[in-house]
Design a protein around this ligand. Structure first.
Ligand code: UD1
Ligand code: CA
Length: 452
């Protein structure tokens, strides 16, 4: 079986410098959805016909298993498939997909391919408003005789409500001959792939029609309005799948998964959360409202409070993160770590049972177990040119408003007094304090304003 994905069209109505098929849907290029679905059917050849947006399309989507066929100029869907012919192998079936119809499901395609054994199979739907589409013309016995494009159709044909979705499968062995016979003698002066249907009928090849599992699978993207409509459909279907797997969503209409979200049992996700890349949520994780998680792994029982932002980071089990916490790339928290509001952590590890509950910046640090990081603590990890590491050993207590000028080490069980600017290592089990001594000056007067 071969699959050809047509993706040479321009997409003028997107009004964008980005080629249409590269626009993101659920965090992934439109054509990448089609490629992934096609790949799941294990075709012998997977060929993309490209044209508009040429190099950018090819470099963005390229993968070792893809064959590329350039269509330049674009003379119609039949002409497009013709460009792929040199790549098509074997006596089996060739399935034609569209790069701008991203939500097509593998189950639907399997049924179409099944119908295409020794036949030409067309994926069709009946629409209340069929305008713009090619119509499926049947004879009195209900047999398909041809497809007519709207622009070439008679007014009777225009009343047909069964339309060509554009997705079809046919015997590879016949394709070369049929495509070679196409003419562009029609209203659009294009080589229509749909004309092979009439040829198949003439040569006695059976025509079968199948239908998609859901009507939305065959919706195409021609504008930003349609892109947004398909985004909602894709998100709704992801939300439903999550709920069927046992995830509790505060509102299935207010979650956006732009990648892969893998959840354990009894996960709860509040409203307006965005998940990007690959995110793993362990058992009974609770995600508060308005959280953004990208490429993150959250351990079981952990609670992420509202407005938590996590990227390329891992959080251990039974943690409490947020509200308003920011875990940046390279953050690794062990179990039962508490990270509170307005705490930013970057490229740091924090061992079990440690806390940084208020207003802190922890960068390039290694923090042990049962450490308390006081409010306003800052690791001064950057001298304007290079980054340096801070090490805080187990059971240390970092007083509020401390600056740790890296590279620096705080020994096990050490205490730093509030307001300390630590420039040298602090010994274990000792109070280190760098504050000037507090004095009170009797009789001191506040300055007064000088009269002008
Ligand atoms: C096509 C079908 C029509 C069907 C409709 C469904 C033909 C002649 N008509 O019409 O029956 O109802 O799709 O949406 O096939 N493409 C190329 N190269 C080309 C032309 C198109 O790669 O030269 C690609 C486009 O990028 C797109 C797909 O083929 O992915 C369909 O092209 P489009 O122009 O949308 O086809 P329609 O004329 O709408
Ligand atoms: Ca179209």
């Amino acid at each position: 079986m071969n699959i050809v994905i047509l993706a040479a069209g321009q997409g003028k109505r997107m009004h964008s410098n980005l080629p249409k098929i590269l626009h993101p849907l659920a965090g992934k290029a439109l054509a990448a959805h089609v490629i992934d679905t096609a790949r799941s059917l294990s075709p012998q050849t997977l060929c993309l016909v490209y044209g508009h947006g040429g190099d950018m399309v090819r470099t963005t989507l390229d993968a070792p298993d893809l064959a590329w066929a350039l269509q330049e100029p674009q003379l119609g869907t039949g002409h497009a498939v013709q460009q792929a012919l040199p790549h098509l192998k074997g006596a089996g079936t060739t399935l034609v997909l569209y790069g701008d119809v991203p939500l097509i499901q593998a189950d639907t395609l399997k049924r179409l391919l099944h119908a295409a054994q020794d036949a030409l199979a067309i994926l069709t739907v009946e629409l209340a408003d069929p305008s713009g589409y090619g119509r499926i013309v049947r004879d009195a016995g209900g047999r398909v005789v041809r497809i007519v494009e709207q622009k070439d159709a008679t007014s009777d044909e225009c009343r047909i409500r069964e339309i060509n979705t554009g997705i079809m499968a046919m015997p590879t062995g016949r394709l070369g001959e049929w495509l070679g016979r196409l003419s562009n003698d029609n209203a659009q002066k294009e080589y229509y792939l749909t004309d092979v249907v009439g040829m198949a009928v003439e040569t006695g090849v059976a025509i079968r029609t199948t239908h998609p599992g859901h009507e939305w699978e065959v919706l195409g993207v021609n504008s930003k309005v349609q892109l947004a409509e398909l985004e909602r459909i894709a998100q709704r279907s992801t939300a439903e799948r999550l709920m069927e797997e046992g995830v509790r969503l505060a509102d299935p209409a207010r979650i956006d998964v732009r990648g892969e979200l893998i959840c354990g049992r009894d996960v709860f996700i509040d409203v307006n959360c965005v998940f990007e890349g690959t995110v793993h949520l362990g058992e009974a994780v609770e995600v508060g409202p308005n959280c953004v998680l990208k490429n993150a792994r959250i351990g079981s029982g952990t609670r992420l409070a509202a407005f938590t932002h996590i990227e390329d980071a891992t959080v251990g089990a039974d943690g409490q993160i947020g509200p308003f916490a920011r875990l940046r790339p390279g953050t690794e928290l062990a179990e039962d770590v508490h990270v509170g509001n307005f705490v930013e952590i970057k490229k740091s590890t924090i061992a079990a049972h440690s806390k940084a509950n208020h207003l802190a910046y922890i960068g390039d640090a290694m923090i042990g177990s049962r450490v308390n990081v006081g409010a306003g603590t800052i690791t001064c990890n950057y001298d304007g040119a290079n980054k340096f590491q801070t090490i805080i050993e187990d059971d240390a207590f970092i007083g509020s408003d401390t600056q740790l000028v890296a590279p620096v080490r705080v020994g096990r069980g050490a205490t730093l007094g509030a307001g300390t600017t630590l420039t040298k290592d602090a010994p274990a089990d000792t109070l280190t304090i760098s504050r000037a001594k507090q004095i009170s000056i009797p009789g001191w007067k506040r300055p007064v304003k000088t009269r002008k």
